[in-house]
Design a protein around this ligand. Sequence first.
Ligand code: BGC
Length: 709
Amino acid sequence: MTQAELNELLNDMSRSEKVEQLVQLHGGFFGNIDVYTGPVVDFHMTADQPYRTGSVLGEHGAAHLKDLQNRMMEKQPHRIPALFMADVIHGYKTGFPVPIAIGSSFNPALAEQIASAAAKEAAASGVHVTFSPMVDLVRDSRWGRCMESTGEDPWLNARMAESMVSGFQGGDYGEKGKVAACAKHFAAYGAVQSGRDYNVTEISEHTLFEDYLVSYRAAVKAGVSMVMTAFNTIDRQPCTTNRRLLREILRKDMGFEGVVISDYAAVSESVTHGSSASLRDAAKKAMEAGCDIDMMSECYLHHLESLIEDGELSESLLDEAVMRVLVLKNRLGLFENPYKDASEEDERSLHFCPEHRELSRRAAEETTVLLKNDGALPLDEKQKIVVVGALADDKEITGSWALFVDESRTVTLREAVQELYPNADTEFFASDEIAGEMLAAAGKADVVVLALGENQNQSGESFSKADISLSKAHAALFEAVYGVNQNIVTVLFGGRPLAVPELAEKTNALVEAWLPGSCGSYALADILFGRVNPSGRLSMSMPYCTGQLPLSYGAFSTGRPKPDMQGFCPFVSNYMDAPNVPLYPFGYGLSYGEVAYSPVRLDSSVLTRDGKLTASVRVKNCGSLPVKEAVQLYIRDITGSVVRPLRELKGLQKIELAAGEETEVCFEITEEMLRFYDRDMNFVSEAGAFTLWIGHDSLTDNGADFRLE
Ligand code: BGC
């Protein structure tokens, strides 16, 4: 449709019809109840009314959605097609590693491929919009939803966000195999107090703009078509009714022109927050704030019309919101083809197809992080290997928010090892029980592989924890095995970085497998047996203990920094009972064989405002396997008008090197990369001294100094 035709359509719509376009319900209102993530409530609707709403949440399947679309359009006075939205977070039918793992690939191009594969599968099932990417920055692994984030770093999250938007949407999401993307949860949901889900966020203006908003800004710049509001408050106001956040920051400052949707029931929850007096008041506030669609509450449905009739709300706000929804439908091509790509035939050829399974496996090759290796890895097929732990044969490693993934097809570690390494001398005790037979076998093994950590039900929405150490059962299992055999390789599963200092100390090799998706166990097996060289890097720091949280490498110097020493030091900033530093830092991860870096070379020690400076290193694979190396650039602004982080990731190149190969890696540094929010919240750079580092992780000391003049 042309814009003129859309205007004509809007003019012709009744007020109630317009309001209904702004209401989103889940499938329960249409006789199905596949997915719901909040309270199931009765919205006091007539039987026909759900069919007149503008969009549906969580429904899927080509045949079903074609039928539902027909039924909905029949009831629509203007035959306006419905939008079908769903949470396609890390795959649709093929499950890919969870987003925290995708962040750990340090490979935005891979994130784009994953999003693109997920889009193809979901589009074939009639899905028009995915509630992804989740771009919330997170530095506290008590929050179960860190599983859905790409990690703690603003710059890396921004690269992941734009790559996922481009993977889902392509250049034009009206095209076949593409879906519209929705960045969520705006804003700073990842900073909920104490890591407890749905809690409030208390955040400084600087931290909000400098760290938490960066990835949203990148998603908007990449053309994301929707943004979802967050459950939390900011500045003591729920995000969904927060006018400054939605109208000033998102729309005006960031230039977002797409559709804003509330999170599930979040409009009505502003009443529970105590910032709206009634559902009617909540509807008014959310509409004025700029929230276009009300997901799963009756606020808009029952109150928008009367608010306008009573002169309490301007009809132009309603029109504006409805037009944005119509424009989205139009860009998806729904007025011409309301089913978009829904096709049973394409479902058959695309869902869980060999190409996507292969991508799921390849992805996990890059998302698995080798944290420690005293030489126990890789395993040798001739060794007697005993594998212990329920997670070694658990399909619930696919990942939370793998709503539509066929979990029965997820390959477990046991299945992968037995299929790929049939000649290896392995024995599996896939249980967490400390049984005599298991201990006897473990005692006689050359090496024990222990599968520990959390399965997919231990993290995700609402699954916050106050203690992120290893569970008592797993700690006891480890100790029991350690008592009979001290050559242990530990594989940690889970959607959050756990605090496992005892494992780091006692195990000979430690592998962070995250929740690797449908076929990730193949990659894990290949890494364990050395067929694949691990190349994942931590997208979140791993703490020693829960009390260190929130934790990030991008911290600030205090006025009393701790001197370089072990143990407690009085009257400086440190803990009596824990170090300041993480167990393993952001960006950290090992490969088999050393990758050596030459000292950093700068082509000049001075950067002018309109000039550029080139920083380079030579990187050599000294090992005997090909390696993928995430070469990381960090910068520190030594002095600023406001305090500046100790270092910030500013560049990344994931390169591949054959055994023995050496190459030069260059980064261009420009003034723009040095900007930050100054005392008056102007985004500027300040002349002065800087240090940059290029190396393997956020602890690298391979640095050089320069000045901005
Ligand atoms: C979650 C969102 C999700 C929505 C729809 C909410 O509970 O916070 O991330 O997109 O449900 O399923």
